[in-house]
Structures are given as C-alpha cells and as structure tokens.
Design a protein around this ligand. Structure first.
Ligand code: 5GP
Length: 120
C-alpha cells in the first residue's frame, strides 16, 4: 500500500506551530493535546511528530524509537488525565473508519462510562 502524507493537514499545522493547541504532554516523538470538540470529559489526541497518515502507516514505517515515544506519551496522558476507572482509545482510519484528519491520531476518551464499543 502507498501512504501519501499531506503536510497541509490540520495536525501537521499544529505540529509546525501554525495553529495553537492545548498541549497535555509532549516528548521528542509525540504530542498530546485536547480535542477541539470534546466528546467526553477527557478527550485527548495523541499524535506522532513524524509524517504518518494512519495507524497502519505508523505501525509499518515508524522506528522503534517513534513507537516507544508515542506509547510513552499515551501513558503520560492516562496518568495526567486521571482515567484510572478506564477509557477508550480509538484510531479512526481512512474512509471506512471515518477519519477526518489524515495524520495518525489516537483518541483517548474517558471521565465517564463510554458505553459499548460500536452503535449497531
Ligand atoms: P478523526 O475523525 O479524524 O478521528 O478525528 C479528528 C478529530 O480532530 C476530531 O475529534 C476533531 O474534533 C479534532 N480536530 C479537528 N480539528 C482540530 C483542531 O484544529 N484542533 C484540535 N485540537 N482538534 C481538532
């Protein structure tokens, strides 16, 4: 599969500092920030700093250091947002996954019971 990354997407602009964000956590490889339209009391997006358009792109092409740094950011987001009672992690991907922004992002949603995984 060819992964064509569009560096004009909104999260690329956030990474370049062209658009402000409410940062929750940042390290060398990842940035975590509040979703602009929160769907739960906790709604944070974790994104890699590298140019990956989707979870499968990141999984295939990112380095061990990028994977590790990303997951460290996920751990810090969970710690900082206090979601001990649980949360949901979502990575919407391309058309069938209804992905709006073509830069890989993991939604961390919590702060209340999240319901069943999928509406029927
Ligand atoms: P997707 O449908 O691609 O998984 O989710 C994209 C998410 O990005 C949505 O939840 C949307 O609210 C969020 N979003 C879109 N534009 C911006 C923005 O400019 N800033 C922030 N913080 N979130 C955004």
């Amino acid at each position: 599969m060819e992964y064509a990354y569009d560096d004009q997407n909104i999260f690329a602009k956030i990474l370049r500092g062209e658009i402000p964000n409410k940062t929750v956590y940042e390290n060398e490889y990842a940035l975590a920030f509040e979703d602009i339209t929160p769907q739960a009391p906790v709604h944070v997006l974790v994104i890699p700093k590298g140019p990956y358009m989707s979870l499968d792109h990141f999984a295939r092409d990112a380095s061990v250091e990028e994977h590790s740094g990303f997951m460290q950011a996920v751990a810090e987001v969970c710690r900082l947002t206090g979601v001990e009672e649980g949360f949901r992690a979502i990575a919407n991907t391309r058309a069938h996954g209804v992905q709006e922004v073509p830069h890989y992002h993991m939604h961390i949603l919590g702060g209340r019971p999240m319901g069943r995984m999928l509406a029927r």
